[in-house]
Design a protein around this ligand. Structure first.
Ligand code: ATR
Length: 266
């Protein structure tokens, strides 16, 4: 099958609410490039078939979202450093020679969004809430920024400890239970738990926050219970995950198309 415009898509389940098509089509318009970008709903058991079908039909690249990122990692024999560390792939590039390359742009997206808001990470004390796939995807790019320390707090301590053992060669990292984050305020707190999706708030001590603490919730599209609570504790700088979504998309666009779109006016 031949197509006149380069074709891209996002695969996941569920996928109907994905904002990726409008973001990428916005980038394409800005760069005056013609491309197609669609949503494809794929269950984990169908991923391998769907991936092959998309590649065989001449597709140029995919974004991969929940719950397929680990499967995508396994499906790509060539992977970049961040994907390798995350054991998860959110961007695939299909090369002319038939190879698939896997990338993970989530952590780059988070770091760029923070930087865009003039939030510098070197020498900062950072607290991350959660220890699931979302955290695995951001640790290497965060540690590359040389924070003074990075604490991973999770309800289930063993999962945080596991991440520490995998990433501690990259920087000063340690694990605590969610109810044991310490008595001193952090510079930056990143909520990477899925609590916001269920209107729940991770239960951390109010001492972790003061008026200078930057609060970042990776959930987007609503003010989460965590952001609301942080505000009542005096936080004045709060962000949701929309900026990260846009920045990770921009990096995927660069990987596919060779140019980094401007994200200022999205
Ligand atoms: P994801 O890929 O989004 O990270 P996940 O791997 O299912 O999803 O991980 C969800 C994370 O959110 C976990 O760290 C989970 O804590 P546990 O490991 O203790 O289960 C965390 N989480 C979810 N709801 C939470 C809540 N209400 N309070 C605190 N942590 C919560």
């Amino acid at each position: 099958m031949s197509h006149s415009v380069d074709r891209y898509a996002v695969m996941g389940f569920p996928i109907e609410h994905s904002r990726s098509p409008e973001i990428h089509l916005n980038f394409a318009a800005q760069m005056q490039q013609a491309l197609e970008y669609t949503r494809i709903e794929v269950q984990p058991e169908d991923f391998s078939t769907a991936l092959n079908a998309f590649q065989d039909s001449g597709g140029k690249g995919l974004n991969i979202t929940v719950p397929l990122k680990e499967l995508a990692w396994r499906a790509c024999l060539q992977r970049d450093e961040f994907a390798e560390r995350a054991k998860a792939v959110n961007t695939i590039r299909f090369n002319a020679d038939g190879t698939r390359e896997g990338f993970n742009t989530d952590g780059i997206g988070l770091v760029r969004d923070l930087t865009k808001h003039q939030i510098e990470l070197p020498d900062k004390r950072i607290l991350i809430l959660g220890a699931g796939g979302a955290v695995r995807g951001i640790l290497a790019p965060l540690l590359q920024q040389s924070p003074a320390e990075l604490v991973i707090a999770n309800r289930t301590l063993s999962k945080a400890q596991q991440l520490v053992s995998e990433f501690e060669d990259l920087g000063f990292l340690h694990a605590v239970e969610l109810n044991n984050v310490g008595k001193y305020a952090y510079d930056i707190i990143i909520n990477a738990t899925s609590s916001g999706l269920y209107n729940e708030c991770p239960n951390i001590a109010a001492d972790a926050i003061n008026s200078h603490t930057v609060i970042y919730d990776m959930v987007y599209g609503k003010e989460t219970a965590f952001i609301q609570w942080a505000k009542t504790q005096g936080a004045t700088q709060t962000f949701d995950g929309m900026g990260m979504l846009i920045e990770q998309a921009a990096e995927a666009f660069r990987i596919w198309r060779g140019v980094l779109p401007n994200t200022q006016n999205i």
